[in-house]
Design a binder for this molecule. Structure first.
Ligand code: AGP
Length: 614
């Protein structure tokens, strides 16, 4: 996610603007930039790469000014280059904009603005806003605040925007929609930022902003208006965190922060993926309908948690698109002679885009003549660069080693792929696709609902903190969920945990149940009662309970459950979408076990966030 900072006051603006970006580096970025409000014009500097690149570009001729905006970019539209870095300016070079989020209708705006004579210099969605604001400011008598209010009515998507104009450099205007923006109140100075970490060293007095509220700051004033232009009373609060906690948004660990970011991550990955005429939009696939129709097989390659997303893909794509899907552990795939050709689509799933096992499997598949689609969370990383196409998930940077929000967005991405293939191959009607897409739009609120009931889960976890073995059972799409729950527990609590297909229990694993230790078993009850799978799982629960296991069940609201010591309820929904919801309590369970056992949650022993060796 991008980092946003605005400052106006008595200090030399470059200090709070650069220090603010440094405090936001944890958000992940691949370029940085600054606009300083000198009395006659704007001083703009921006560089790809780390903050140090921007700082070295600034040192020789930096002007001493007292206001400006600065930005760290996490690339979505357009690669991480100098010219795509923010700020973006209008053609006169007098109005600068920085942005966090996605302007969904930027291409329509760009076409309209170009027809009015604006010329563009970047590949970004943000630049459209700079030119739009420039026109609107002229239409509103030079009033940047009113221009921003008019602009917001024309924008679709999620955004935090800051703008500054050379004619009135100490005035900074900001707005937010589904993206964070907070104001800091100083003494003769004021701040705007993506989160309080950017200015917490200068002030602990903050103002929260609501949806579509436009804020204007000067050194001596803060004014907020709504879309109707009506004044909004500032909602001030005291920041109680210290700087370190602020980078985690007040959460104790990045992992917990990222678990709670999942509703937004899923929502952002779904944004703009269904057209007005009910067509799934994945232009980045770079495949014609004929090529899609000719596909005979899909092979998913991935590691770890990403591999579990691939397992979900098999159930969804085979059911919706009626294409055969194989799911392969990347490190195994490349030592086989896989049967691939031009009618095979290989899908490489990777959060980091740098996992060597997956990268080597991609090269192996390409050498065998397959087309490769990457599903990745890190813009311009190696795996997307070496693939024929890429679908970027919009989870934002995932700092904790244990992958959480990336997994949910990977599953959303494979759902979108499955719907696209099914629609083109006419296996699903437009109405069916629209219905499933709208069910997916419910997921962010349903995840929120689960997270609101996380407190009892914390207490429950404490009961099992000393267990040395935990088993996870799932059936159908619940099977990858069971594997993911076990992996989370292994990597966070250092507990021997195993995930099984429920039907496999009687073929050996049930011998692991220790009646003395009362082995904990977590069972994911299948959703949707498809082919009476839930009855078979209910039998599994009885079988393990009869042998002394303590049973926790993940079940949808309304599902009848017998024999469980504890039932964790999740919202009801379609069976194929259940993994998105059933995984969340297991993430929290593993997190709480790690905390209870005093482990390093964000950096578990022996593990790396990206395994760049084979
Ligand atoms: C997941 O919690 C682990 N950190 C690990 O299994 C991870 O999913 C795996 O290494 C793949 O990483 P990638 O998605 O970056 O390729």
């Amino acid at each position: 996610m991008c980092g946003i900072v605005g400052y106006t006051g008595a200090r030399s603006a470059v200090d709070p603007l650069i220090e603010g970006l440094r405090r936001l580096e944890y958000r992940g970025y691949d370029s940085a930039g600054i606009a300083l409000g000198t009395p006659t014009s704007l001083f703009i500097e921006k560089r790809a790469g780390k903050l140090a690149n921007l700082e070295s570009a600034l040192s020789p001729n930096i002007p001493t000014v007292h206001s400006g905006i600065s930005h760290t970019r996490w690339a979505t539209h357009g690669g991480p280059t100098d010219r795509n870095a923010h700020p973006h300016v209008d053609n006169e070079g007098k109005l600068a904009v920085i942005h966090n989020g996605i302007i969904e209708n930027y291409s329509e705006l760009k076409a309209e603005l170009e027809s009015r004579g604006h010329s563009f210099s970047s590949d970004t969605d943000t630049e459209s806003v700079a030119h739009l604001l420039s026109d609107l400011r002229k239409e509103h008598g030079g009033d940047l605040t009113q221009a921003m209010r008019a602009a917001v009515k024309l924008l679709r998507g999620s955004f935090t925007l800051l703008a500054v104009h050379a004619d009135d450099p100490e005035r900074i205007v900001g707005v937010r929609r589904n993206s964070p923006l907070v104001a800091g109140i100083g003494d003769g100075e004021n701040f705007l930022a993506s989160d309080v970490a950017a200015f917490i060293d200068y002030t602990k007095r903050a103002i929260e902003l609501g949806q579509d509220e436009i804020i204007t700051i000067t050194p001596s004033s803060i004014e907020i208006i709504d879309l109707a232009g009506k004044a909004v009373a500032p909602r001030e609060y005291e920041i109680t965190w210290d700087a370190a906690a602020a980078q985690k948004g007040g959460f104790t660990h990045f992992m917990l922060k990222e678990i709670f970011e999942q509703p937004k991550a899923v929502a952002d990955t779904l944004i703009g993926r269904l057209s007005d005429n009910d067509q799934i939009l994945i232009d980045e696939l770079h495949m014609t309908d004929a090529e899609i129709a000719a596909l005979k097989k899909i092979v998913v390659i991935a590691c770890g948690t990403a591999y579990h997303a691939g397992m979900v893909a098999k159930y969804a794509i085979e059911k919706w698109a009626k294409i055969s899907v194989e799911v392969e552990i990347a490190s195994e795939y490349r030592y086989r002679d896989p049967i691939v050709d031009s009618s095979t689509l290989v899908v490489a799933i990777s959060q980091s885009g740098e996992t060597m096992d997956t990268l080597m499997a991609v090269r192996h598949a390409k050498a065998a003549g397959a087309r490769v689609l990457a599903i990745c969370n890190t813009n311009s990383s190696t795996i997307p660069r070496e693939s024929d196409a890429v679908i970027y998930t919009h989870a934002g940077p995932e700092i904790a080693v244990a992958s959480t929000k990336a997994l949910l967005t990977q599953i959303v991405a494979v759902y979108l792929l499955g719907l696209k293939l099914a629609q083109v191959r006419k296996e699903l009607s437009d109405l069916e696709v629209k219905s499933i897409y709208h069910q997916m739009l419910e997921l962010p609120a349903q995840i929120e609902q689960i997270l609101e009931t996380v407190e009892p889960l914390r207490e429950l976890t404490r009961k099992f903190a000393t267990s040395d073995t935990v088993l996870f059972l799932g059936r159908n799409v619940g099977y990858p969920v069971a594997l993911e729950g076990a992996l989370k527990l292994k990597e966070l609590a250092y507990i021997h945990a195993e995930g099984f297909a429920g039907g496999e229990l009687k073929h050996g694993p049930i011998a692991l149940i220790d009646s003395v230790k009362q082995t904990p078993v977590i069972a994911i009850l299948p959703a949707g009662h498809e082919n009476a799978l839930d009855e078979k799982m209910l039998s599994n629960i009885q079988e393990v309970k009869a042998r002394g296991a303590r049973v926790i069940v993940i079940a949808q609201e309304g599902d009848a459950v017998v024999g469980a010591e504890h039932i964790i309820r999740i919202p009801s929904g379609p069976a194929l979408l259940q993994p998105i919801l059933a995984t969340v309590p297991l993430q929290v369970f593993a997190y709480e076990m790690a905390v209870a056992r005093g482990n390093d949650v964000d950096q578990p022993r022996n593990l790396a966030k990206s395994v760049t060796v084979e």
